[in-house]
Design a protein around this ligand. Structure first.
Ligand SMILES: Cc1cc2nc3c(=O)[nH]c(=O)nc-3n(C[C@H](O)[C@H](O)[C@H](O)COP(=O)(O)O)c2cc1C
Length: 344
């Protein structure tokens, strides 16, 4: 299936794996690339050395284009982005920060840059700094989606910009892909759905839970990591999202979490002072880390919190990445034909 996004990124199918912390690791990234999509490595929990090693591992597993994700406001993200530029990674996806320097440096070696946005204002700003495409995240998404649902956000942003749009948040099958194309997008990114494939390092307990739970079994709240985010609904998630964590506790936990993600504590502290307005956000996010890891890596939903989208309702099996991507393309093509027949 060819679209502006397959042409831009040099891939076979307009399907992306977004950068998901502890999930979008080299093996899953490469599996998506080898199946004709584009995998994006998550670098949030990685040190620059680990980022370089992961890029090299991906290159051993696939000769197809791949991407790297950088949440620019997080500690260590700029250093990881530097590694990506040095390694001339084909696609760089940035969010939550100014990416003009990334665009300039990636374009020097022919790399492409995708900006993650949730509003028309940020979409226009990303286009103006030369981003090659946008990853537009709707309200249905796992983790930090926008306020507006994909059904409205995608066409309004697609109308406002000229560059290709990748829709994410709520896309889990071929009907979703066809719908995204109809809304003006040029491709989709599937987070929850690809996270529950065989090659994904997401703990088996969580994959099984995602099959049991449905589209209503998510909690959307700003109270856990400081930014509105969507989690799997469990008694722990309901309890921990009831009210915001107090700031002193969040700050202490953030410094503890710094060690877990391989970041020196001084760097977290420096971040707290330099970006005064982001103090609370950083502390909350750091404090959330051990619980996010407990779910994703240990499958512990009593202690842990799991990001998951409303697409949970569409997850009914654990296919291989290649099976899933082939199925999504087939479904989209047949839904396209059936839609023609529905018109009377
Ligand atoms: C387990 C999990 C972890 C995630 N971690 C991140 C992350 O570290 N950074 C990020 O920008 N988005 C993260 N996301 C969100 C995805 O990038 C994407 O926006 C979302 O999954 C799209 O919604 P969907 O799940 O309906 O496909 C995560 C999603 C999941 C399911």
């Amino acid at each position: 299936m060819k679209t502006r996004i397959t042409e831009l990124l040099g891939i076979e199918h307009p399907i992306l794996l977004p950068g998901m912390s502890w999930i979008s690791k080299p093996k899953l990234v490469a599996a998506v690339c080898n199946a004709g999509g584009l995998g994006i490595l998550a670098t949030g929990p990685l040190t620059p050395e680990q980022t370089r090693a992961s890029i090299r591992e991906i290159r051993e597993l696939t000769n197809k284009p791949f991407g790297i994700g950088c949440t620019l406001m997080m500690p260590g993200a700029k250093e990881n982005a530097e590694v990506a530029l040095e390694e001339q990674v084909p696609v760089i996806n940035f969010s939550l920060g100014k990416g003009d320097w990334l665009v300039q440096r990636a374009h020097e070696y022919g790399g492409k840059v995708i900006a993650t946005v949730t509003t028309v204002k940020h979409a226009l700003s990303a286009q103006s700094i030369g981003a090659d495409a946008l990853l537009v995240t709707g309200h249905e998404a796992a983790a930090h989606g926008g306020d507006v649902t994909s059904l409205v956000l995608v066409p309004t942003i697609a109308d406002a910009v000229d560059i290709p749009v990748i829709a994410t948040g709520g896309f889990g099958d071929g009907r979703g892909l066809l719908a995204a194309l109809s809304l003006g997008a040029d491709g989709i990114a599937m987070g929850s759905r690809l996270a529950t494939c065989q090659e994904s390092p997401l703990h088996q307990n969580i994959k099984n839970e995602a099959i049991k739970k449905d589209q209503g079994d998510t909690v959307y709240s700003p109270n856990f990591d400081g930014i509105p985010a969507r989690y799997m609904k469990t008694p722990t998630a309901v309890k921990l999202t009831k009210r915001p964590m107090s700031f002193p506790i969040a700050a202490i936990k953030a410094t503890q979490a710094a060690k877990l993600v391989g970041q020196p504590v001084w760097k977290i502290m420096l971040g707290l002072f330099v970006m005064f307005d982001k103090i609370k956000l950083l502390a909350y996010f750091g404090a959330a880390t051990p619980r996010l890891m407990a779910a994703t890596e240990e499958g512990d939903l009593d202690k842990g919190m799991q990001f998951i989208g409303q697409t949970q309702g569409l997850i009914r099996d654990i296919p291989s990445v290649a099976e899933l991507i082939e199925r999504v393309i087939r479904q989209a093509e047949s839904a396209h034909q059936n839609n023609g027949e529905k018109l009377v």
